[in-house]
Write a new protein. Structure first.
Lengths: 226, 226
């Protein structure tokens, strides 16, 4: 690996692929981190691997982490239905996974400390998202404060910076930024409830936001919808 | 489960067993959380199960979490030696696991949100410990601040409280408190480098602190040392 390293949380979705491209454009060697966390659909791990290869990351680690043992979300518990055609309904949706971004960033922090990276990137978005509490600026700031009292690296004078470059962007702005950086969105995957072959349902919150983003950006949507 | 629930991080060690007893004494139904995180010695999971049964916890979940994929510690990487007879040497020791308590508390937060608990307990200790950064009051406070901007529960008016009741206690004080609450320390396990049958080495930092604690408390040490 050459140059300064950054750890990027890479889900295989549109947002995290764009974040990885932005980290690379900022001059970092990208250390990508994905989780095999018991998600109902495993296709996103295939997408994460494809995106990592496409972007030429320095390394890509996939960590097993059994969030099903905790449950509490439509994304990790088969007994819960993924809502369809309900975007913009009130409240935090059932696809919220308790403390997921806290858990993922904590793992990213450990990984960063191990590889000597001081920069963490993740694709939180406060605007064009489903209202998850752990996607807000106050969350990002609180995590950065925590990181800087939690680690040997920070104690030794190498503080961490948590980057959430998409946080105030619309989905259309994210797509335009990614296209400008050469991201191939055909490799990315957003659907909460895909077919086993990766075909997107077209009706969950994530598909609806993705479709609207491509339409607003004026970019052809390369996604395979059912 | 009856009454108010608290999630307690239970490693099977002396400190976390005492913390679980303190949470129970405070009137909580204890939801204990342990990790199968690729630790070099698995004996601590046996100890955690024994302690959970002994204390009569409401439930005990063991979550798989592959910290070996991150590495960076003598406790998760076989290539690193566990230091012996070196207590009090300068700096943060190699048994520090990058971001471990951040990761464990993040998982505890998700578990707490799922079971409707607002209280998290863990056995951080700033005095009679090995100088880990994620065992200090500033870390505990920063995690609590994070928890209260990270979750649906906090957004809905159920904020979290992070308890670290041992943080300013000496090991001897911890042992005396546990004995007063009926904790059977013969079930607990502290050694960083035990034999496969659970016999403690007697020379790692953790064994040295444990021995000294029992001696100072004037309590017979029930540990099997090699």
């Amino acid at each position: 690996m050459e140059g300064k390293r950054a750890v990027v949380l890479l889900s295989g979705g549109l947002d995290s692929a764009t974040v990885a491209a932005l980290a690379r454009a900022a001059g970092f060697s990208v250390c990508a981190l994905s989780f095999d966390y018991g998600q109902r659909h495993r296709y996103e791990l295939t997408a994460a691997k494809d995106v990592a290869a496409h972007l030429g990351v320095a390394e890509h680690r996939v960590v097993r982490l059994d969030l099903r043992a905790i449950g509490g979300s439509a994304l990790t518990d088969d007994a819960w239905a993924v809502p369809k055609d309900s975007l913009g309904k009130e409240g935090i949706p059932v696809t919220y996974v308790p403390a997921r971004n806290t858990i993922f960033l904590a793992m990213a922090l450990g990984y960063a400390e191990t590889v000597g990276a001081s920069d963490l990137y993740f694709g939180a978005n406060a605007l064009d998202y489903s209202g998850y509490p752990d996607c807000r600026p106050a969350f990002v700031e609180a995590f950065e404060r925590l990181a800087n009292v939690a680690t040997k690296a920070a104690d030794e004078g190498r503080p961490f910076k948590v980057h959430a470059p998409l946080i105030r962007m619309t989905k259309a702005e994210i797509i335009r930024a990614g296209v400008a950086l050469g991201v191939d969105y055909a490799l990315t995957h957003s659907c909460y409830d895909p077919s086993p072959d990766g075909t997107s349902c077209g009706h969950c919150d994530s598909c609806l936001l993705r479709k609207r983003g491509f339409a607003e950006a004026g970019v052809p949507d390369p996604t395979r919808y059912a």
